[in-house]
Write a protein that binds this ligand. Structure first.
Ligand code: SAH
Length: 261
């Protein structure tokens, strides 16, 4: 899968992409990522990418023609049809489902805005406009990295264990269950921890996880995932795909909560 990221701050993209799972996927060639400096697609001596807004007002606007030239160059180099994503707070909200859907695209271009955003005519060449959340960033670079990272996790071969992607929060409409690793008991020495306030001196891993009983562990994890989702994000349960065991666990959890209120 290919990604082309068009930005006026290439360093903001290059460094984060070099680390971790994404860095390794690029090294192996599973992902082909190119960062394009928008200034390379200007034609004037000063490499100007922005201009004042028509109609007046504060701030600067990114010119459309360097973006068009960048897209022409990427199209010529990549060959196939491009999925061109405009990062924008006005876009559709980016979600895990969107990430999965976009992982089916062969060639993605991410356009990073700055200042007041783009000349609106760039939309002529845009396939999708995506927002990473209801807040305004100073530029599209962080948004492009978020989209690339979340999409890339669905590309076969990027995350070593496909099962872990399938079990992640949101993938089935539920939040993930809690995880623990060694040691099984952690002594608390400070007196600021909430556990101490509750009279605990050691933090323990839930017994069931040490039991070796895989059926019990599976059931506990289902229950915890449901319980967390019910407490933190009940809205997700409306669209969650649950099996029979989960449906009955959910009924139980809801019953217990009703009893508690
Ligand atoms: N005046 C514009 C905001 C410009 S912010 C408006 O109100 O719509 C500058 C750039 O940051 C945008 O062009 C976009 O590329 C990026 N950006 C800001 N907030 C974003 C968000 N929530 N999601 C994705 N990109 C965002």
């Amino acid at each position: 899968m290919t990604f082309d990221i068009v930005t006026i701050f290439p360093a903001m993209i290059e460094q984060p992409l070099a680390a971790g799972i994404i860095g390794r996927a690029i090294e192996r060639g599973t992902l082909d990522v190119k960062v394009r400096d928008l200034r390379d697609f200007t034609t004037d001596r000063h490499r100007v990418v922005d201009d004042v807004p028509y109609g007046g007002g504060p701030g600067m606007v990114l010119k459309a023609d360097p973006i068009f030239r960048a897209l022409d160059a990427i199209e010529a180099e990549r060959g196939g049809p491009l999925t061109v994503i405009l990062t924008s707070p006005q876009g559709r909200r980016f979600t895990q489902a969107e990430a999965q859907r976009l992982s089916g695209a062969a060639q993605i271009v991410l356009l990073c805005g700055r200042y007041e955003g783009f000349d609106d005519r760039v939309r002529e060449r845009v396939t999708e406009e995506l927002s990473i959340g209801d807040y305004v960033l100073t530029g599209g670079e962080l948004a492009a990295l978020v989209v690339l990272d979340a999409v890339a996790r669905f590309v076969p071969g990027v995350v070593g264990d496909e099962q872990s992607v399938a079990e992640d929060s949101f993938s089935r409409g539920l939040l993930d269950f809690p995880q623990y690793t060694r040691p099984a008991e952690i002594e608390i020495d400070g007196d600021t921890a909430t556990a101490v306030a509750e009279g605990q001196r050691v933090l323990k891993v839930p017994d069931v996880l040490l039991s070796g009983n895989h059926a019990e562990i599976r059931r506990w994890r289902k229950r915890e995932a449901l319980s967390r989702t019910l407490d933190r994000r009940p809205d997700l349960l409306d669209d969650a795909v649950l099996d029979e065991e989960e449906l009955s666990l959910l009924q139980e959890l809801k019953g217990a909560r009703d009893g508690r209120d």
